[in-house]
Design a protein around this ligand. Structure first.
Ligand SMILES: O=C(O)C(=O)COP(=O)(O)O
Length: 318
């Protein structure tokens, strides 16, 4: 009998690949293999991250695909309805990257507040900054507004309390009122209330039809003039034209984006945004820590092997 074939379509940590190579019951087809384009016809299992898009048409063309296992949380790059129609299991690795994404979120908050990247850029550009003429903002005891109080949002809250001793306002229409009893936070049912009161607004929601452009022109109008916006979630959640306008008009102190509508973000795609001094852009690396890549990669492998053996897994979405 032929061994089930596992196709790896995105970059995975070598530890995870080694583990699969050492599993005699499966055959591995890696991204650099010529056969990789044949995944629709030949794959029993797919391993992906958020780079590869799996459309309804891709799924309809598959002949024996049993599962798609996505490293990370967001599954907006997979047509879940099409997978469900074909009885293809889709799994992710929930909560595994929370610490890494939350760390980057806090790092970006501090960098924007204290203008770290802006100063570095200006100094490298040859400017002799007069330090008495530049001020940052302190985040000590400031209020963070967390939009999406799930696994990642809750870790951001813990770190915020630990590092800044600040308050938490959370907006999450899907979390139960009893969620996170050990984290001191105030839940609001109106996003506007959070936007009005938060010194830092941070987004930790999936990209869905309800969250697309959640933060647009009127939301920026409601934010404090010293507010910082952080997006380590998905590009589509922020209206990027409205953000550009808010930064140009100095309606907020600054922003940081680890996720953008066009990735990788380039000067060609974002000629004006990339010129803003009060904006930090990172290339969707919230989950890119060595520790998380190893742990999450191994979790994906474990999930694929379980599904191919017909075992149930708790991280199955459809
Ligand atoms: O967890 C997610 O959804 C992420 O965005 C991380 O995706 P990545 O594994 O870095 O492609």
């Amino acid at each position: 009998m032929n061994k089930p074939k596992v196709f790896i379509l995105d970059p995975f940590h070598p530890e995870a690949i080694k583990k699969l190579q050492a599993t005699p019951s499966v055959e591995l087809v890696r991204r650099n293999d010529d056969r990789v384009s044949k995944w629709r016809a030949e794959a029993d299992a797919l391993m992906i991250r958020s780079e590869t898009r799996i459309t309804a048409s891709d799924i309809e063309q598959t002949s024996k695909l049993k599962c798609i296992v996505k490293q990370g949380v967001g599954v907006d790059n997979i047509d879940l309805d099409a997978a469900e129609r074909r009885g293809i299991a889709v799994c992710n690795t929930p909560a595994m990257n929370s610490e890494s994404v939350a760390e980057l979120t806090i790092a970006l908050a501090l960098c924007v507040a204290r203008r770290v990247v802006e100063f570095d850029r200006r100094i490298r550009g040859g400017e002799a900054i007069v330090r008495s003429q530049v001020l940052g903002l302190s985040l000590f005891k400031k209020t963070i507004g967390i939009v999406g109080m799930g696994n990642i949002g809750s870790v951001v809250a813990r770190k915020w309390i630990g590092a800044m001793e600040g308050d938490i306002i959370a907006y999450d229409p899907f979390a139960s009122a009893e969620a996170w009893p050990d984290i001191k936070h105030r839940r609001v049912s109106d996003l506007n209330e959070l936007l009005k009161e938060a010194d830092v607004v941070t987004l930790h929601v999936p990209l869905t039809k309800d969250t697309r452009r959640l933060i647009g022109k009127s939301e920026f109008e409601r934010m404090k003039s010293e507010a910082i916006l952080l997006n380590c979630a998905r590009g589509g959640v922020v209206d990027e034209d409205a953000l550009l306008h808010a930064l140009e008009e100095e309606k907020i102190h600054g922003a940081a984006l680890d996720a953008m509508e066009v990735e990788p973000p380039t000067a060609k795609a974002y000629p004006k945004l990339l010129k803003r001094g009060n904006l930090i852009i990172t290339p969707h690396v919230g989950a890119n820590t060595l520790e998380n890549q190893i742990a999450s990669g191994m979790k994906v492998v474990e999930t694929v092997l379980a599904l191919l053996e017909g075992r149930e897994v708790p991280n199955r979405l459809v």
